[in-house]
Design a protein around this ligand. Structure first.
Ligand code: PLP
Length: 456
């Protein structure tokens, strides 16, 4: 007899008590789907090894399959890597206020595009604009989906079929496929490169004026450093040159810090305010890098330029959603009230005192020690990351553990619930308290303890 015949039918499995319950929890459609998948699998197993799964084994597999099918793939993780703006870990975590604002607006009707005073259609763009202007000194502001969209929209609206002048040393790729020359092509603007890979001067910019460009574009080198025999005019000089010729200066600032990073021992990242002061007419930056808010692209600058952007058809295609706008407004409020350092998580992490970090690492070490597990506290560095301040780091203390197989240990930590992201330094697994939230500490320790067989 064909062994496959000995398998129960889909109907028979569905009639078991367990499956009836599962069907109520997961819905009949998904339960049938999972049952078919498991029976198909069972038939393959029979064909390969003649092993016939029992009915109870099949039922158990169906349940596991249903859990697997309905577990979200996007889950929170514990970031013990010490990289504050980790591009692969969702960049900036929101402040509590920003999270609550997003939640409130997400679950209710709102005046997103409704003027409550006039009782008629309003604009979604007003909700963050006022705060942005106040914080950066700009005349006007526009919020779109992300900074890539901000750059695309700006170029499409201001330089369609016209030249945009950019230094060769700034033809950057940010990662994730964002390359300035490609974005420019997509926008319909024409690239006019000036200078060399390492040097550009004002004369280079001046000579480009023959082509009647629409814009000068300065792009921030977010993820690499140019060192050695280099030259670049100051932003103010480039702005003067542009304005003398009657054209505009656009700056893709990338990170868009509102606070001075130099206060915390880092290199000075130009702030949005400074870049506008130095003469930029339009500045684009991200909402979820050094601003520490939700994913968004923020454009600030001259009123007439922002107005052109708003009227462009692409503006609708790249507009920000209400949840992001709510979170962004709440984040900006922290800056307005001078509370960003304590309230915006990434700034809190940047500004953490070294003693605080050491005490936390020591506490982790002592907790593991009480369970008979060896670890040390060592000096090292954290990184800001996320396309800002390349090569810059902050002094930190790490919990360091000696394990048999560091890579395997990291892999097991990633399988923890919640997953733990650590790193390897000098062949030891290390954990940076700077990027671990206080409320995650218990789970972090439990996750490490769960791998105790591996700890030397
Ligand atoms: C990060 C970055 C971008 C892309 O911003 P997103 O918000 O990720 O779309 C563009 N330009 C520069 C210079 C950047 O650093």
């Amino acid at each position: 007899m064909d062994a496959r015949r000995s398998l129960p039918s889909v109907e028979k499995i569905l009639q078991t008590d367990t499956l009836k319950t599962l069907s109520q929890v997961y819905g009949r459609r998904l339960t049938v789907f999972a049952t078919r998948q498991i029976l198909d699998e069972a038939r393959r197993v029979i064909a390969q090894s003649s092993v016939v799964l029992s009915e109870s084994e099949i039922v158990r597999s169906v349940e596991e399959q249903l859990i697997a099918l309905t577990t979200p793939s996007l889950v929170p993780v514990i970031n013990a890597s010490g990289v504050i703006l980790h591009t692969n870990l969702g960049r900036a975590p929101l402040s509590r206020d920003a999270m609550e604002a997003a939640f409130t607006i997400a679950c209710a009707y709102s005046n997103l595009e409704y003027d409550l005073e006039k009782g008629k259609r309003g604009s979604r763009l007003i909700h963050a604009e006022k705060h942005l202007c106040q914080l950066t000194g700009a005349e006007a502001a526009l919020v779109v989906n992300n900074n890539a969209a901000a750059v695309l929209l700006s170029l499409a609206a201001l330089a369609q079929r016209r030249f945009v002048v950019i230094a060769r040393s700034q033809l950057v790729e940010i990662g994730g496929g964002f390359r300035i020359p490609d974005v420019m092509r997509q926008s319909g603007a024409r690239l006019l490169e000036v200078g060399t890979t390492n040097r550009v001067n004002l004369e280079d910019y001046r000579s480009a004026l023959d082509q009647k460009p629409a814009l000068f574009l300065v792009a921030h080198r977010s993820n690499f450093k140019l060192i050695g025999f280099t030259e670049e005019p100051s932003l103010m000089e480039i702005a003067e040159q542009a304005h003398e010729a009657g054209i505009q200066l656009m700056v893709d600032l990338g990170s868009g810090a509102l606070l001075d990073t130099a206060v915390y021992g880092l290199a000075h990242e130009p702030t949005v305010f400074e870049v506008l002061q130095q003469g930029a007419d339009l500045v684009c930056f991200s909402g979820d890098k050094l601003l520490g808010g939700p994913q968004a692209g923020i454009i600030v600058g001259k009123k007439d330029l922002i107005e052109k952007l708003r009227r462009h058809p692409l503006a609708r295609a790249v507009r920000a959603d209400k949840i992001a706008l709510a979170a962004l407004s709440a984040t900006l409020m922290h800056y307005l009230k001078d509370k960003a350092i304590e309230k915006v998580p990434i700034w809190h992490m940047i500004s953490l005192g070294l003693d605080d970090i050491r005490h936390r690492a020591q506490r982790w070490r002592d907790q593991l020690g009480e369970l008979g597990l060896n670890s040390d506290v060592i000096e090292s560095v954290s990184a800001v990351g996320g396309g800002s301040l390349p090569g810059e780091c902050l002094p930190t203390y790490l919990l360091s553990i000696n394990v048999k197989y560091p890579e395997k240990f990291l892999g097991n930590l990633r399988k923890n619930v919640p997953p733990i992201i650590a790193r390897i330094e000098q062949n030891r697994v290390v954990f940076d308290p700077r990027t671990v939230f206080l409320e995650q500490e218990e789970q972090l320790i439990a996750g490490i303890v769960a791998q105790k067989g591996q700890i030397e």
